[in-house]
Design a protein. Sequence first.
Length: 507
Amino acid sequence: MKIQFPNIAVVGSGAMGRGIAQIAAQAGSEVFLLDAQAGAAQAAQAALVEQWNKLAAKGRLGADQVAAFAARLHPVQAAAELAACDLVVEAIVERLDAKQKLFAELEAVVRDDAVLATNTSSLSVTAIGAGLRRPQRLAGFHFFNPVPLMKVVEVVAGLKTDPAVCAALAACAQQMGHTPVQAQDTPGFIVNHAGRGFGTEALRIVGEGVTDFATVDRILRDQVGFRLGPFELMDLTALDVSHPVMESIYHQYYEEPRFRPSVITAQRLAGGVLGKKVGEGFYRYVDGAAQVPAEAPPPSVAHLPPVWVSPRASRRAELYQLLKDLGATIETGQSPSPQAITLVAPLGFDVTTVAVVERLDPARTVGIDMLIEDAATKRRVLATNPATRVDIRNAAHALFARDGKPVSVIRDSGGFVTQRVVATIVNIASDICQQGICSPRDLETAVTLGLGYPLGPLAMGDRWGPTNILEVLFNLQTVYGDTRYRPSPWLRRRGAIGLSLTHVEEH
């Protein structure tokens, strides 16, 4: 196969630059490494050769492969030595002025048909190329760390980028063993934009006093299937990285409420409580292991009262079957008896609102999240309201824990935890489609590869029902009065008429 770019320059020899240089050399290109810091390019070369040698020692590479890869790495001292390169990839500090200065220097050196690419994760590709004589040859080429393992790359067209440049970069990414996705030049591109809902909504939940960090993480891992909860993830990425990204995207979108950051992360960043790398974040770390508080066992209840289920409960038939399986005494009258646990299962509404609207005794009313079918979850989530009696709460907890499935009991929250976070993720993804930032297919690919979600955000919407997601959002907006939850027109129209979010006809 003909190599798309036989000679590639990588400017910047940090972890990202080294990763790009590694996969480019492995794909067969001659790679020229340049760094403004004396000796940094040579150190990067040595680190890569050492890494290949370790892989060879484990039998994952042959000695001949290591020799071939190493022979393709060429540290250089000055930009003038990049004159023969077909592609120059910039991976320096994330500052607009620094990137503009570098590309001005590069344009004076390289051929007119050479492609220029920026690995920026948060700056405008259009702004980076604004001062160039030929801005049409500059595009975003955004890899994710660690580059050899994160197999997605965003190819980003600036306002003046030639489409042929993006096509060539996409082909190059494929030769490097990566999956390219095409994005327009908008804040956060695809992955960082689509990822806004997971952490910011979790922060809002904790900020409202609904529950604690560890419980949110447990719920989202066990109910939805995320590999890491949002607070585990923020500890891993560190708040000195994740909080500035929250602020940057929020401000670049002119204070769009969907992306509103949290005072919780701002305060923890100011206090140096950054995450795993400093030994303390949302969790404390001992020898690299998070110290997670143990869950309290279910309460011991001598006698379980009967259960009455609201006629408006979501998945009502499934809920009745679950109660039968758990051995509950079920009331079927038009209203609950004075002894009964009154069980509601709303979408988007909080337990308080449902109790008032349905004229139920709030002291005996408990909510259960039934957005996701019980058989598909590893945890049940109950919610009380401010008036729920302790004995009712304990009885409900004991009942739903009877078969050994873990149960989390949270304070009242519109949309519990899972509904809020999933609906926010689906809504933001839908608006990415509404804005035409990328195709639905590339969105799903970028998020599953770049964020590691169990499903793409649009597939989440399809899995649990666009109509249900829409109902959650409408009701969240009613409960909180916050335009953050207003449904994207793209989701609202498809949810209203029952269309799939993932199977979209291109018009």
